[in-house]
Design a protein around this ligand. Sequence first.
Ligand code: SF4
Ligand code: SF4
Ligand code: FES
Length: 385
Amino acid sequence: MSEFKLRLRRYDPESGSAPYWAEYSVDLEGHRSVLEGILQAKGETDGSIGIRCSCRAAICGSCGVLINGKTALACHTHLDKAARHAKDGVIEVEPMSNMPVIKDLIVDMDAVHWKKQQRVTPWLINKEPIPEREYIAPHESMVDITQSMACIQCGACVSSCLSMEIDPLFVGPAALAKAYRFVGDPRDAQQYERLKDLAEDPHGMYDCTHCFNCIEACPKGVAPMNQIMRLRRVAGDHEIVDRNNGHRHESAFVTLVKDYGLLHEAELLPRSYGGDSWFGKFHPNAGKELLDSLPVVVKGLMRRKMNPKIALFGHKLPKDALGEVQRIFDTVESRPARDELNLYIKGYDEDDSGAQDSGAGGPEHANNAPDQGQPGQEPEESPVR
Ligand code: SF4
Ligand code: SF4
Ligand code: FES
């Protein structure tokens, strides 16, 4: 047994007082969880501490909190590890971010997380006619969506999302990962409509800024940002040109890196708004954006953060280096089908031939899913691409 100190963020809306910190000491083994520490403080010192929990085994998704400033499941974080990362040895526990606090460590999941889930129509809209027996889905497509199916709806990614902090209307990582679960399912009849809807929404799939926080926060390896990138790639396959310029921006990015070997920043903006070619800058939409950005450009030049020559003509890579970059593009573009690396699936099927059978269940692969609380599992090479 060791003594651990917990500093909990307390808030009781009915008291009319502002939130405050309160410290508690608990005696537990270091491998016990932060949740057990909170429950001991609640059971033995102060029964009014508010915490939501159920399974205590990282399954139900109820106990998301901030531990030392980072979102985590309280039942999935060891006390000794949390104490090591605490700035003064006292483990700080706060309610999750980006959601209103109901009481102490309990946030209102309905107001944000569940509302956003409803936004993406989180159920299968089946194709017609309905087959007489079961609808046999190809094995590969089920492997592809297994990662998003592993979500336990804990809201940790929502709490850590930087875009949502700036734009609370952003559909967000958990809901977009759920959207991919149906976009990637060949039995769903509305793939195009779902994508078009999320591409057109100014708070939709193009609102993610690739900060990787949701990947780091997710206790189940769902990697929501990767699912958002998959949504965008499939939207690109459908050539969905959205009013947010998301598709144009991605195309311009790719073309510029291919042509110059490095990003030509000054061309990126006009091409994103005016069209993915040198003439894009003469489009009225691009002109307006360029005019709006003039103050930033002038400031950048004055502070020597911009080099006028590079801004106008782009970077010049040596010919062989540029050739190397273009060779990568040629290799990728000559592939008959795009590789979607699903790093969630590990190990080989016992019966490799079974992997080719249509309808040979994807769900059992979820058993191979990495559980971040299980150290000692050797990563195996993934056969699934
Ligand atoms: S990667 Fe995108 S969705 Fe994920 S936390 Fe960052 S901004 Fe949010
Ligand atoms: S994607 Fe991960 S972090 Fe987000 S709600 Fe699902 S399990 Fe939690
Ligand atoms: S109590 Fe269920 S996930 Fe922590």
